[in-house]
Design a binder for this molecule. Sequence first.
Ligand SMILES: NC(=O)c1ccc[n+]([C@@H]2O[C@H](COP(=O)([O-])OP(=O)(O)OC[C@H]3O[C@@H](n4cnc5c(N)ncnc54)[C@H](OP(=O)(O)O)[C@@H]3O)[C@@H](O)[C@H]2O)c1
Length: 305
Amino acid sequence: MVIGAGGLLGTAFRRVAGELPDVDVLLPGRRELDVADRLSVEKYLVGNSPDGVVNAAALLPADLCETHPRTAYEIHALGARWVSRTCDRIGAVSAYVSTDFVFDGTSGDGYAPDSPTRPVLTYGVTKRAGESETCLGTPRHLVLRTAGLFGPPPTGSRARPCFVDRILRKADEGEPIGVVDSVVMSPTYTIDLARMTFAMLLGDAAPGIYHAVNLGAASWYEVAAAAVRLSGRQVPVARQQEQTHVSAGRPTRTPLTGVLPGRAAEHQRPWQEALAEYLREYWPAPEGRTPHPAAPSAQRPRART
Ligand SMILES: NC(=O)c1ccc[n+]([C@@H]2O[C@H](COP(=O)([O-])OP(=O)(O)OC[C@H]3O[C@@H](n4cnc5c(N)ncnc54)[C@H](OP(=O)(O)O)[C@@H]3O)[C@@H](O)[C@H]2O)c1
């Protein structure tokens, strides 16, 4: 079962679920299951008795957590508590999707799953609380930290397109593109992350904290420039040094390291390769232009692990 199925990552879970003909995947919307409401969580989980629950509900973008800290706490921390405790009751694995924002971003070398956490924004503080709630709620837990998601857009009215889509829309509409080069993270393809997660759940991964990201690190500027180039668009991307964002003080260097266990590791390919696959499928080159030579083709999805 996937909570947060209407979001960016949830959209990938929906698609990858179709690759698993022998697995029933429940994708409740917020009206069927409000993660911040204990009774709603208990009713849905006990009523459906899933073997595993992926909690991908979130209050995003992160700035919303600064202006609505109580709601952020209810969704990220209390939501994780209700899900994890109920999973314990019904014997399900509780998998919590977390974030690189649990780190302060001052490390030059990146962060391993056992690196000390020190969130600096409300988003990271409440997500770290959610990690703890998940681990304390049941011994059968997985915390999957991820970062910089890009992938197929959700369809709902409140859905936000990912960063890559926003850049390519600007390129196609002739708007100038300027992107900060000072924030470095681990860009990750939602489809790969959904496959990693299913592989871990179906492969009985040991309980613990994992970094579920594509390989490598990049700044948002590098991701934007790669997206424009790999999709065959020929527009300039300006490199911005300063971040004039409302949440100044956000983490700036958060590459995540660590290899996933078992078959989940097969989906940890370099982010450029994953990006090239996404662009081939969703952002064909404009007419008359040849896209950049394709990256090596991705491995085919596995129906079962
Ligand atoms: N996006 C990133 O770059 C990024 C990076 C690192 C980690 N993450 C983590 O990845 C996960 C998925 O993020 P995302 O980018 O897919 O976020 P998203 O697009 O904003 O989707 C979040 C989903 O959570 C749902 N939700 C919010 N409050 C809820 C509640 N009370 N009960 C049930 N569902 C609720 C939303 O429902 P509605 O559709 O009804 O609003 C939405 O479907 C989150 O755990 C996030 O912290 C994301």
